[in-house]
Design a protein around this ligand. Structure first.
Ligand code: SF4
Length: 330
């Protein structure tokens, strides 16, 4: 079967599946504090529909899978889905992105289901700033969740930290030290225009170069990890003293669309060839409308074929996607 290739020659083998748009925190750069309208439950894909879609995607060359949300641990019986997905021949890597608030309670069950790789979204180790960013007082639960995963043997564990300028500068170094002490890679993510309230502007983006300068000054010299997978969104750096790595997802200052291998399925069954895509393909209709696997496969292939070169955030042409982050998934 020919790989999933677009007109720019990029091969797509990395599928991100959002299992819910619901979340138990309210990060200000993602959603409003109140009045968020979530998808009706019957509109969310069932585990069987997700499994079927993933099987078709695997037949087209998908090898890496990431489960996202909203907050995926809010989806009941998530371990059941993970068991189904790890059993699919061809899946080489299954990871999950979580805000960690429910991780301490669910870590054992998800581990028993076969989950090993997690990214925890955490921007700060400061309780007050955590409350300011998320509008929830759950930092202790997140840290407990991480410790539980370390104890159980999850790995690699990474922390995704969204770097909003004039807010998280005091957190960059403490997070890095936290990661060095625990063998956890900290991924600093440049703030992207994916919020539902239009808060984003370039002036609020703490740039990768600024964070590298901070870490070098406060902790020590870093060097870019050689021979990294060019398709990986993060540029990885290692400390010259050998104590750990940090990564930078620099979508604004160093866009990486030219090597993009990622495609997405939203929790309500829309297929997106790009995080910032304006158009999407309705897979739920196909999955529930009696379509064959071949029809679903050609819908995926067609969408990928028509994929654009990349986001246009740094141009006048940029149009924010019609969906905010929590209803797309990381
Ligand atoms: S913005 Fe779109 S094309 Fe660019 S790396 Fe992200 S998903 Fe890929």
């Amino acid at each position: 079967m020919a790989p999933l290739i677009d007109t720019f020659g990029r091969i797509h083998d990395n599928l991100r599946v959002s299992v819910t748009d619901r979340c138990n925190i309210r990060c200000f750069y993602c959603m409003p504090e109140t009045g968020v309208k979530f998808e009706a439950r019957e509109k969310l894909l069932t585990f069987e529909e997700i499994e079927r879609f993933v099987r078709v995607a695997v037949s087209l060359g998908v090898r890496k899978l990431r489960l996202t949300g909203g907050e995926p641990l809010l989806r009941r019986d998530l371990a059941k889905l993970i068991r189904k997905l790890v059993a699919i021949d061809g899946i080489e890597d299954l990871a999950l992105t979580t805000n960690g608030v429910l991780m301490a309670q669910q870590a054992q069950e998800l581990y028993d289901a076969g989950l090993r790789r997690i990214n925890v979204h955490l921007d700060t180790l400061d309780r007050e700033r955590f409350k300011q960013i998320t509008r929830r007082d759950d930092l202790a639960k997140v840290l407990d969740g991480i410790d539980t995963c370390l104890r159980l043997g999850y790995g690699p564990i990474k922390i995704n930290a969204v770097a909003v300028k004039n807010l998280v500068e005091p957190d960059i170094v403490p997070l890095a030290l936290y990661g060095r002490e625990r063998g956890i890679e900290i991924r600093y993510i440049e703030f992207m225009p994916l919020d539902s309230q239009g808060l984003w502007d370039k002036g609020k983006v703490l740039l990768a170069d600024d964070m590298i300068a901070m870490l070098t000054r406060e902790i020590g010299p870093l060097r870019e990890v050689p021979d990294r997978d060019p398709r990986a969104p993060a540029t990885d750096y290692e400390y010259l003293d050998g104590k750990g790595k940090v990564g930078f997802v620099a979508s604004i200052s160093r866009p990486f669309c030219l090597n993009c291998n990622r495609i997405r399925l939203t929790s309500d069954g829309k297929f997106r060839y790009c995080l910032f895509a304006i158009d999407e393909t309705d897979m739920r209709q196909l999955l529930r409308g009696g379509a064959s696997d071949q029809a679903i496969a050609s819908a995926i292939r067609g969408s990928v074929h028509d994929k654009w070169l990349g986001h246009e955030i740094n141009t006048q042409r940029f149009v924010p996607p019609p969906r905010p982050m929590y209803s797309i998934g990381g």
